[in-house]
Design a protein around this ligand. Structure first.
Ligand SMILES: Nc1ncnc2c1ncn2[C@@H]1O[C@H](COP(=O)(O)OP(=O)(O)O)[C@@H](O)[C@H]1O
Ligand SMILES: [Mg+2]
Length: 288
C-alpha cells in the first residue's frame, strides 16, 4: 500500500482546569490514505477533536499527546505555527457544518474563492477569476458569473455549502476534513452536495475524513469507517461491512437506528460498557 497521508498513533487529547482533568480522546490510532474515511459515533465521542487535532485547531486549553502524528513526512506534533499555516488550506482543508461561520459575510463570494486560490498560486487576477468561475461550475452552480458577485447571506444553505467545497478544493489539497458537512441541510440537498463532493475528491484522488453521526450515510458514502465511543476507536472496518460489524458497541448503534420496515414500541438506546474503553479494537472484523 502507498504511504498513508495521515498516520496517527495513540493520540490523546485532554483538558485541564484547576479543579479537574478530562480525557476527551483516549488513545486513538488510525491512518488515512487517498480514500474516504468516515468517523462515526455519538455526540461527544471525540470525533471533532480528533479531526481538528490534525490541523492543530483544537480549542484553547486542549493538550495533545501522541506517539506520532504525521502528515506525509511532516511531524505534526513538532510543526511550528508557521508550518501549520502552510499546511492548512494548502495541503489539508476543513469543511465545517455551517458555511455561515466559515465564509466572510462582508466579502463577495467570488472574491473569497479568488483569494483562496491566490494564497497558494501566484496568478494574475484574470486567471484566478477564471479558476474561481470554473470551480463554481464544478460544484454545479448554474450561473457562476451571477453567484460570483453575491454576498454569503444571499445564497441558500445548500449553495453555501457547495461554495465552501469549491473554496476548499481550489488549492487542490491532499486531504479534506469534513465535519458534519451536510447536517444542516435538508435531505434532498444533502444528497446533491455529497454527490458533488464525492465526484470531486474521487476524480482528484483527494483523501477525505468524513465526520458524521449518521451510520447509514457513512456506510453508503465512505470506503472505510472508524467507530468512536468515549474518546476511543472501537472498530475500524470497510464501509461495506458496517452492517456486519463485530463490536458490541457498533452493533448497538446499528440496532438503535430507526427503521421504516418494522414497527417498534421503543427505540433502543446504544449501550455502553465501561470495559470496552480499555478493551481491544476490532480492525477488519478481527481483534487487534
Ligand atoms: N473546549 C472544550 N473544553 C473542555 N472539554 C471539551 C472542549 N471541547 C470538547 N470537549 C470535550 O471533548 C468531548 C468530545 O468533543 P467532540 O470532539 O467535539 O465530540 P463529537 O465531535 O464527537 O461530538 C466532549 O464531550 C467534551 O467533553
Ligand atoms: Mg463534533
Amino acid at each position: 500500500m502507498d504511504k498513508p497521508l495521515i498516520d496517527v498513533k495513540d493520540l490523546k487529547i485532554s483538558f485541564h482546569s484547576a479543579q479537574r482533568s478530562h480525557d476527551a480522546v483516549r488513545g486513538v490510532s488510525f491512518t488515512i490514505g487517498r480514500e474516504k474515511v468516515g468517523i462515526v459515533g455519538e455526540s461527544g465521542s471525540g470525533k471533532s477533536l480528533t479531526g481538528r487535532s490534525l490541523l492543530k485547531l483544537t480549542p484553547k486549553g486542549a493538550e495533545i499527546n501522541a506517539t506520532h502524528m504525521r502528515f506525509k513526512d511532516t511531524d505534526l506534533l513538532a510543526a511550528s505555527e508557521k508550518e501549520m499555516r502552510k499546511i492548512r488550506g494548502n495541503y489539508i482543508s476543513m469543511i465545517l457544518q455551517d458555511p455561515k461561520y466559515s465564509l466572510n459575510p462582508l466579502m463577495r463570494i467570488g472574491q473569497q474563492i479568488v483569494e483562496a486560490y491566490r494564497l497558494h498560486h501566484k496568478a494574475p487576477t484574470a486567471e484566478a477569476k477564471g479558476k474561481a468561475l470554473a470551480m463554481l461550475e464544478a460544484v454545479q452552480i448554474r450561473d457562476p458569473e451571477r453567484v460570483f458577485k453575491l454576498f454569503p447571506h444571499e445564497v441558500s444553505g445548500g449553495m453555501g455549502q457547495r461554495i465552501m467545497i469549491a473554496m476548499m478544493l481550489i488549492p487542490e489539497p491532499d486531504l479534506i476534513i469534513a465535519d458534519e458537512p451536510t447536517s444542516a441541510l435538508d435531505v434532498t440537498v444533502r444528497r446533491q452536495v455529497l454527490t458533488i463532493l464525492d465526484e470531486l475528491v474521487t476524480r482528484r484522488g483527494t483523501g477525505l475524513m468524513f465526520i458524521s453521526h449518521d451510520l447509514n450515510l457513512v456506510a453508503s458514502f465512505c470506503d472505510r469507517v472508524l467507530v468512536m465511543n468515549a474518546g476511543r476507536i472501537m472498530e475500524d472496518l470497510p464501509a461495506c461491512e458496517l452492517h456486519n460489524a463485530c463490536h458490541p458497541y457498533t452493533r448497538s448503534l446499528l440496532e438503535s437506528l430507526p427503521r421504516l420496515d418494522v414497527a417498534v414500541d421503543d427505540l433502543k438506546v446504544p449501550v455502553r460498557d465501561p470495559s470496552w474503553l480499555d478493551g481491544p479494537v476490532f480492525r477488519n472484523g478481527v481483534l487487534a
